[in-house]
Structure formats: structure tokens, C-alpha cells
Design a protein around this ligand. Structure first.
Ligand code: B12
Length: 345
């Protein structure tokens, strides 16, 4: 199959899989993005995410992941709120929107594996898929593939979906007709995300210092959370969506229902922090197995629950926090004591 035919057939496969969009980038050097990535690492903006230091040259050079790679197929999985977007948020610990459904690594990973197998067959050349965890600069490749632009909040933004979508990719040795040019930037003079980030984490347009980003602390970080971040976390128990919810594109267009059942499970929008604090491993697995919340682990979620309770102003949390002050885990004891002190002053 020639590059144009392969592209047409691929677009069809992607649509059949319930994915929302796809674009193709021809493999080429990405000097702006490689430099941005090196700068980000050099400044230590990855904080304790040591895995970001691995395979640093591969992120903008897919040939290191798939020798002979000629095409990067980027796909979009919408997790927009659909029709329940206007529903008021139940009180409790707020969960980032992407994490309220089934784990996208699994949902998207499965679809991409299937499409990659099809592509390998149709193109007669090797193909390999990744979602999130591969050493691939996903936003940079997606912008190059015409799927949207990297906004000032560093997220890839689309004019039809805002930024409520996830990315995944297939690397292919086959030549697939690419999208003609990187997507144009439509942030214009707006910098609402920079101004409204509660912790000033967007230190320059498109540049996030993870050490100031709530999503880093309450998802990725293992161990104690610094006191100023605890206060700033407010009621966010997992992740943070503030830089997306203030974006005019996301506000306006982020209500398109997803094509996929990823968002079918909606019971994770708000979690009861007292219930989380009281959880053991068995209850944690029963509630969160197969969801992105697993990433924070049980101890991380119990730590986050203490913080949310400390910020809640709710005196009903005092008995649970008092009990947690004698928890076997010193990290939980420390966060519970902080929360108690905050509630009692
Ligand atoms: C590490 C990581 C994080 C870290 C660090 C975030 C960061 N901005 O780097 C933490 C834990 C904080 C995080 C948080 C979130 N993440 Co995250 N994360 C990643 C991961 C694994 C790597 C990102 C990375 O390489 N960072 C290094 C920096 C240098 O790269 P970058 O952020 O892509 O930045 C590019 C541009 O900003 C550009 N750039 C840099 N400087 C400049 C300057 C100018 C002027 C311009 C134009 C461009 C530019 O160059 C960079 C390289 O291309 C990717 C998956 C992947 N493999 O790419 C997911 C990913 C970026 N995350 C994702 C999501 C959903 C989130 C959250 C929204 C989750 C949440 N709600 O809590 C937040 C959003 C925070 C934010 N505003 O970035 C999605 C984003 C989807 C989208 N539409 O963009 C991704 C792509 C995962 C996926 N497979 O879908 N994340």
C-alpha cells in the first residue's frame, strides 16, 4: 500500500476503534522541543521523577525506539465531560477529570496495540505503540502531527475539544502520508492558565515546574508533601485541572462526549477523604483497581486524604485524624498531625 492509501486506511481503523482523532508526523528532528526538554531537565523541573532522565535522546528521536522509524502516528482519546459536564461537583476530594474513568493506559494501550498490529500487516513493516510511559515527547509529536497546539499551560489544545483528551502513539517504519504542518498556535494573548495556577507552576509559557505543580505532588511524589503545597492542594485529592478549566478553549469546547466508554465509570469524580484514610490494601484495590488512582498508591492517597481533611474546615474529621496520628506509617502520622493542627486553629 502506498503512503496515501495507507493513511486513508489507518484513519478508518482509528475511527473504528472509538478514538477521536489521529494525525501523522514524518520523523524529523525536533530541535525546539529537544532543547525545551533538556532545559526542563537541567533546571530540575522533573523533581523526583528520575524516569524522565532515562532515554532522553529517544524522546525526540523515535529511531532509537524503532530502528528505521519513518512515521509517528499520534492519536487522541477524548475524556471530556459530555452531557454530565454541568453536574455540580459532589463535595469531597476532587479527582482530576482524566482519572475518573478506567485507566487510559489500558484503554488506549489495547486499542493502539490492535491498530499497530493491523498497520504492521498492512504496511508490511514493523510498528510499535506507546501510551504515556514511553520515552516519547507526546505533545511535541502531536503538535507536529497537526493534532493541536502546545498551549501556555503546556497541554495540547484543540479547537474542537479544548485539552480534555489523552495522547498515545504508534511508531512505524512504513511511510504514511504525513499531515502537512504543525498546528498553528491559538493561545493568542490569553494567559489565564499562568495567572490562575494556584501555585504558580507555569513558570514560562509552556513550561511547568513539577515542584510547583499540585498534580506532581499528589500523584507522582512518594513521601511527605511540603507544607505550602498542602495548603494549596485545597480539596484536590488526586491531580489538578485548574490550568485546563480556566482555558477558554477547554471551557468552550470541552463538552464533547467521548466516543469511548473510558468515561463510563463516573463514580470517581469526588472521593470521601475519610473513607480513603480508613482504607486498607484490600479496600483500596476493590475501589481503585483498573483506574489511574492506583498510581498514587494507598499510602499516597491516605496522605492526600489527610491534607484534604485538614483543608476542609470540617470538625467531623477530627476523630479520624486523631486515630491516624498513631498510624504505623510515620508519613501518615505527620500529615494527620498537620491536618489536626490546621483544623483546630
Ligand atoms: C511528566 C509528565 C507530567 C508531569 C510534568 C508535566 C509537564 N508539563 O512536563 C506532571 C506530573 C506535573 C504532569 C501533570 C499533568 N499531566 Co502529564 N505527563 C507527563 C509525561 C509523562 C511527560 C511530559 C514531559 O515530557 N515533560 C517535559 C516537558 C519539557 O515536556 P512537555 O510538557 O511535553 O513540554 C513541551 C512543550 O511545553 C514545549 N515547550 C517547552 N517550552 C516551550 C516554550 C514555548 C514558547 C513553546 C511554544 C513550547 C515549549 O516543549 C516541550 C517538549 O515538546 C507526559 C506523557 C509523555 N510521554 O509525553 C504526560 C502528559 C503530558 N500529561 C498529561 C496530562 C493529562 C496531565 C495533567 C492534565 C493531569 C492532571 N489533570 O493532573 C497534568 C497537567 C499539568 C501541565 N500543565 O503540564 C497528558 C497531556 C494531554 C494533553 N492534552 O496535552 C500527557 C501527554 C499524557 C498522555 N499520554 O495523554 N504530567
Amino acid at each position: 500500500m502506498g503512503p496515501a492509501k495507507l493513511r486513508a486506511a489507518l484513519v478508518e481503523q482509528v475511527a473504528l476503534s472509538g478514538l477521536d482523532a489521529c494525525g501523522v508526523a514524518q520523523v524529523e528532528a525536533l530541535p525546539r522541543d529537544q532543547a525545551a526538554f533538556d532545559f526542563w531537565l537541567a533546571r530540575g523541573y522533573h523533581r523526583s521523577m528520575a524516569y524522565m532522565e532515562k532515554y532522553r535522546d529517544a524522546r525526540a528521536d523515535p529511531d532509537r525506539l524503532l530502528p528505521g522509524c519513518r512515521s509517528v502516528v499520534m492519536v487522541v482519546l477524548n475524556y471530556g465531560p459530555g452531557t454530565d459536564g454541568a453536574a455540580p461537583q459532589a463535595p469531597g476530594g476532587k479527582v482530576a477529570r482524566y482519572a475518573r474513568g478506567r485507566d487510559y493506559h489500558k484503554v488506549l494501550g489495547k486499542k493502539l496495540k490492535r491498530i499497530a498490529a493491523w498497520l504492521q500487516e498492512a504496511g508490511g513493516l514493523p510498528a510499535r505503540s506507546f501510551v504515556d510511559t514511553g520515552p516519547v515527547l507526546e505533545r511535541a509529536w502531536a503538535e507536529r502531527a497537526g493534532l493541536g497546539w502546545i498551549g501556555k499551560n503546556a497541554n495540547l489544545i484543540r479547537r474542537d475539544l479544548g485539552s480534555w483528551f489523552l495522547l498515545g502513539e504508534i511508531l512505524s517504519v512504513a511511510e504514511i502520508e504525513p499531515d502537512p504542518a504543525p498546528h498553528e498556535d491559538f493561545c493568542g494573548s490569553c494567559s489565564a492558565c499562568i495567572a490562575d495556577c494556584p501555585t504558580g507552576a507555569i513558570v514560562a509559557p509552556g513550561v511547568v515546574d513539577s515542584g510547583l505543580c499540585i498534580a506532581y505532588w499528589n500523584i507522582e511524589h512518594r513521601g511527605s508533601i511540603p507544607a505550602p503545597m498542602r495548603e494549596a492542594m485545597g480539596d484536590r485529592i488526586f491531580g489538578c485541572d485548574d490550568c485546563q478549566t480556566v482555558c477558554p478553549w477547554t471551557r468552550k469546547f470541552g463538552t464533547v462526549p467521548p466516543s469511548d466508554p473510558l468515561s463510563a465509570r463516573r463514580d470517581l469524580a469526588a472521593l470521601n477523604p475519610m473513607e480513603i484514610l480508613a482504607m486498607d490494601r484490600e479496600k483500596f484495590l476493590a475501589r481503585f483497581a483498573g483506574t489511574p488512582v492506583m498510581r498514587a498508591r494507598l499510602d499516597g492517597m491516605r496522605r492526600n486524604a489527610c491534607i484534604v481533611l485538614g483543608n476542609s474546615g470540617n470538625p467531623e474529621a477530627i476523630p479520624a485524624l486523631t486515630l491516624a496520628c498513631s498510624d504505623p506509617d510515620p508519613m501518615i502520622r505527620d500529615h494527620a498531625a498537620w491536618a489536626l493542627a490546621r483544623l483546630q486553629t
